[in-house]
Design a protein around this ligand. Structure first.
Ligand SMILES: [Zn+2]
Length: 243
């Protein structure tokens, strides 16, 4: 488990801010694992990335997660409360760099999507959704020995690839069994730790900057000094400063 200090969190927030969601998740990872290069972290399969983000989230803000989702048929806001351990898939050996599927006369070699792929797709490069993932991640595809374009792969072969990706990198997809208290609808709500953790960091950073501003103005202390205090002590000074 990794925990980020107040100044590391603020640094990650600043570094990730200009980016889309995949770059923001990467900024959090780089802050939590400074001994690993950004390039190495960017090449981690999405599920491996998410298991690291879960560990950093647990070390920084604790293991309890609470979120709101909209019920698809009635729109009611339903609260989801769970623990990191409830959604953590045990990490075995790292998934292979290249996977292979043989299905319906097709042989396809592909790699798992990583942060570089997510960033390219978020920027609109390489097509949208599943098509974009295939265009970027399929290394080679053959049918009876002849090369096949990824766009010509039949639906059941694409499904076999998606199933193999999910089996090799299971943490990439987290769904929570959810029941709406208003209408009784039951569904599996998707949970994205990258988006969730970033939203928390953003809210925390805005609160913390306000606190630094108040204390710096009152006492003349530096940002570094204020961030170095325990949250408890910072809170006591904020009370004395009359906020
Ligand atoms: Zn409902």
């Amino acid at each position: 488990m990794r925990s980020l200090t107040a100044s590391e969190l603020l640094g990650a927030w600043e570094a990730g801010h200009p980016h889309s969601a995949p770059g923001r998740a990467l900024a959090l990872l780089c802050a939590a694992w400074p001994e690993r290069s950004p390039g190495e972290l960017a090449r981690l399969p999405v599920g491996v990335r998410d298991s690291l983000l879960l560990a950093a989230r647990e070390g920084t803000f604790g293991s309890a997660l609470v979120g709101l989702v909209s019920c698809p048929p009635c729109g009611e806001q339903v609260e989801l409360a769970f623990e990191v351990g409830d959604i953590q898939v045990p990490q075995g050996a790292p998934p292979p760099e290249v996977l292979e599927v043989e299905h319906a006369g097709h042989a396809v070699r592909f790699r798992l999507p990583d942060s570089r792929d997510l960033a390219a797709l978020a920027a609109g490069r390489g097509g949208a959704g599943r098509e974009g993932v295939l265009a970027r991640c399929v290394v080679e595809a053959h049918r009876e020995g002849a090369h096949v374009d990824t766009r010509a792969l039949p639906e059941d072969v694409i499904r076999a690839i998606a199933d193999a990706m999910e089996a090799a990198d299971p943490q990439a997809r987290v769904e929570l069994s959810t029941t709406c208290p208003a209408c009784g609808h039951h569904w599996f709500a998707a949970f994205d730790i990258a988006e969730f953790f970033w939203r928390e960091v953003e809210a925390w950073a805005q609160r913390t900057l306000r606190d630094v501003h108040t204390l710096a103005r009152q006492y003349g202390w530096s940002e570094e000094h204020i961030l170095g205090m325990s949250p408890w002590k910072r809170q006591r000074y904020l009370e004395l400063a009359g906020t």
